[in-house]
Design a protein around this ligand. Structure first.
Ligand code: KG4
Ligand code: ZN
Length: 378
């Protein structure tokens, strides 16, 4: 007889999280100590791919048709049903409003019918606190009273100061987000969406094969120095720091065009090393800008804890660079576990669990979905 699995230790309340802000339908179950008991994400990539991007109406319809299956996949393996849930959380913004409405209305309806509290969660705040989740389903790490959060995704490149759970923006991108430029540079080569992970893998294979000179040679080369021949890292003055990625995107695309004019053709089956070297250099410059801004902040206001989240937090070079940067400076680095980098409902349930400790009543039933929700929204 197979060994029986020991029942998992859980602490009330049982939290149901729902995330439908863009093109992933996600449901998660967490306990009161932040243990992720289940986290299911149904990707809609195949439906949007033919259009080269996310089609809002298709996304809303797919959330509607995916929801019951995703919810059952999150609850049933735990031997639970909706009736066991103690509180419900759903993303209320920012995102595609039609997509948000599906998750928010579903969450409110479940909470209402159970007579349990409901929490409408800010998507970016969900990301900000996600590095404190445990990848293996253990209790989440206690949140420091004060920390700095970096969110790097397809829509954000933002640095926040978090004090008592409340965020203040330290730096934002002035133009494109880092994930967006990874996608656009990859798209220029005809790679399928999302191009970021593919560009990362191509750059990684190239640098680790030893073909490129852009080997992972430590932080010092990047910070405070201008890379002479490679793609530029925009410098900022002594005023408020900011990120900027559109210049890097245009420079990388111009260099791709130069390669093409020289007669080289991109062959996905056997990419020419010149293209791979360019992608590796692009990745180096994109990551170097992040490290530069962190260093700048750290010199003025030493960072004790840095929490890094969002889809681009899966980038291998970024993870390595941040790890060595933080080690050298004694910064307590919290890198979001890989499984919670992209959009997921565990981060939404987690934040609701934290809020529930201070405010057991939850949010009003009139909580609305908002496509553009400021981070400071109450
Ligand atoms: O957080 P996320 O799932 O969705 C939002 O944008 O909110 O982030 C998705 C973004 C996409 O732009 C994707 O290409 C990028 O994260 N991404 C990466 C990597 N994995 C995902 N970019 C660079 N390197 C990666 N390994
Ligand atoms: Zn996100």
């Amino acid at each position: 007889m197979p060994p029986t699995k020991a029942p998992r230790r859980t602490t009330p309340p049982l939290i149901l999280g729902i995330e439908t802000s863009c093109d992933d339908t996600a449901c998660a179950v967490l306990d009161g100590e932040g243990r992720v008991l289940s986290s299911v994400v149904a990707s809609q990539l195949a439906s949007h791919r033919p259009y080269g991007g996310v089609v809002p109406e298709i996304a809303s319809r797919e959330h509607l048709s995916n929801w019951s299956r995703v919810c059952a996949e999150a609850l049933e393996p735990l031997g639970l049903s909706l009736a066991d849930v103690d509180l419900v959380a759903a993303t209320r913004g920012p995102g595609l409003v039609g997509s948000l409405l599906v998750g928010l209305a579903t969450g409110k309806a479940i909470a209402w019918s159970l007579g349990k509290p409901f929490f409408g969660v800010h998507h970016i705040l969900g990301h900000i606190f996600s590095p404190f989740l445990d990848a293996e389903g253990g209790p989440s790490v206690p949140i420091p009273e004060h920390f700095v959060a970096l969110v790097v995704s397809g829509g954000h490149t933002s640095l926040f100061d978090i004090e008592g759970g409340r965020p203040t923006v330290l730096a934002e991108t002035r133009d494109d987000a880092i994930g967006e430029v990874f996608d656009k540079v990859g798209k220029r080569l005809g790679l399928p969406y999302p191009q970021g992970p593919i560009v990362d893998r191509l750059a990684e294979d190239f640098t680790s094969s030893g073909m490129g000179s852009g080997r992972d040679s430590g932080v010092e080369r990047e910070v405070g120095s201008t890379v002479e021949k490679g793609l530029p890292v925009p410098r900022v003055g002594d005023g408020n720091p900011y990120f900027s990625y559109s210049g890097l995107k245009s420079a990388a695309i111009r260099k791709l065009e130069v390669l093409e004019r020289s007669g080289l053709v991109w062959d996905p089956a056997e990419p020419a090393p010149e293209f791979l070297a360019l992608l590796a250099d692009f990745r180096r410059a994109a990551v170097a800008q992040i490290v530069d801004r962190l260093e700048r902040r750290h010199r003025l206001h030493p960072i004790a804890t840095l929490a890094v989240s969002g889809g681009v937090a899966a980038n291998r070079l970024l993870r390595r660079r941040l790890t060595s940067w933080a080690d050298e400076r004694g910064v307590d680095l919290r890198l979001v576990p890989l499984r919670f980098c992209g959009d997921n409902a565990a981060m939404i349930a987690h934040l609701a669990g934290l809020r529930h400790r201070r405010d057991p009543e939850g949010d009003s039933w009139s909580t609305e979905a908002s496509g553009r929700l400021p981070i400071s929204a109450p």
